[in-house]
Design a protein around this ligand. Structure first.
Ligand code: TYM
Length: 322
């Protein structure tokens, strides 16, 4: 298994990023033959247009991933723009990417539907993502549900290139974990930076507790029995609870006669405890930025070697390298 995934440094990482994707990055680094994880700063440029902010968020992303358990001797961690081969590969794929396919992609479609004018970068976003994936011969892409469509586009582009020029790219597959495919935010919608409904991974415990207390709940009376699986607060609790805790809480929901405040308090206790180790580790890493830069530089070198090999294969296949 050759694993690859990317994450945009567009804001602080949140529970959706962790349970939908990052936790799998960490588990898979022990099983995979190769694991490449990168900070997608070129994708982030389509939304973050402040130099210092983007540079700061990129460093924060590296600190977060390392603090959460990414091990540089098991997985290759790098910054997307440090591997220029991918941008070249992106162009090769761009020349065969049907407009209609990209028009159907949700990042662009949603913006257009809201009357926001999109630029070419946002429109071509899935093609760069396809190049990211294909450049490392990766076959397994751990992501949350919202990225499923983009992986399908990548498969379409790879299949059409292979069909036209002969077998060049490995066909990748999304790995989406059912139970955490779509982590809800504090308003019950998908947790997302752009919906302003996130719970951040490295939030101050006191602030986090307050934010959890503000999670929207329905207004049914406390006495009413409730179906736990329909409730986003219960879904959030389930991310942290072990089986026994989860069953116990589900039974309380079905029985009724208790308040949401009780669930929120239990959730805050579990979440604060869960991220305590990474929080300590992050402080240690913050004190040594040189070490982090070295990890990223070593990662970029390894990633570049692999991407260069695949780029040359693709260049030969389509005739731009003679
Ligand atoms: P990004 O930065 O939006 O999100 C990073 C990862 O977090 C997952 N995720 C969620 N999972 C479950 N519930 C949620 N509420 C939630 N919110 C976010 C995302 O599915 C994603 O896996 N285009 C990508 C970055 C990218 C990439 C790639 C990914 C660029 N190139 C190549 C894979 C392979 C993105 O914007 O992710």
């Amino acid at each position: 298994m050759r694993v690859l995934s990317g994450i945009q440094p567009t804001g602080r990482f949140h529970w959706g990023n962790y349970f939908g994707a990052i936790r799998q990055y960490i588990d898979l680094q022990y099983e995979a033959e190769d694991a490449f994880y990168f900070i997608a700063n070129l994708h982030a440029l389509t939304t973050v247009r402040d130099r210092d902010e983007l540079a700061g968020l990129t460093m924060d992303a590296a600190l977060d991933l390392l603090a959460l358990g990414l091990e540089p001797d098991k997985a290759t961690l790098f910054v997307q723009s440090d591997v220029p081969e991918v941008s070249e590969l992106c162009w090769l794929l761009m020349t065969g990417a049907p407009l209609g396919l990209l028009e159907r992609c949700h990042a662009y479609k949603d913006k257009k539907a809201r009357g926001i004018s999109a630029d070419a970068g946002l429109f071509a976003y899935p093609v760069l993502m396809a190049a990211d994936i294909l450049a490392y011969d990766s076959d397994t892409i751990p992501v949350g549900e919202d990225q499923g469509q983009h992986i399908e586009v990548c498969r379409d582009l790879a299949a059409s290139f292979n069909h036209h020029y002969g077998e060049t790219f490995v066909m990748p597959k999304a790995k989406i974990i059912d139970t955490t495919a779509r982590v809800p935010g504090i308003d019950g919608e998908k947790m997302s930076k752009s919906y302003n409904n996130i719970l951040a991974l490295f939030e101050e415990p006191k602030v986090l507790r307050k934010q959890i207390m503000r999670i929207k709940t329905d207004s049914r009376p406390m006495e009413d029995p409730k179906e736990p699986d329909d409730d986003h607060l219960f879904q959030l609790y389930s991310l942290f609870a072990n089986d026994e805790q989860r069953e116990e809480m589900a039974a309380k929901y079905r029985h009724g006669g208790f308040g949401y405040g009780e669930v929120k308090k239990a959730l805050a206790d579990l979440a604060i405890d869960y991220f305590d180790g990474p929080r300590q580790k992050r402080l240690e890493l913050e004190a040594d930025p040189e070490r982090v830069r070295k990890i990223l530089a070593d990662g970029a070198k390894r990633a570049s070697e692999k991407a260069g090999e695949v780029l040359r294969r693709a260049q030969k296949a389509c005739g731009v390298k003679i």
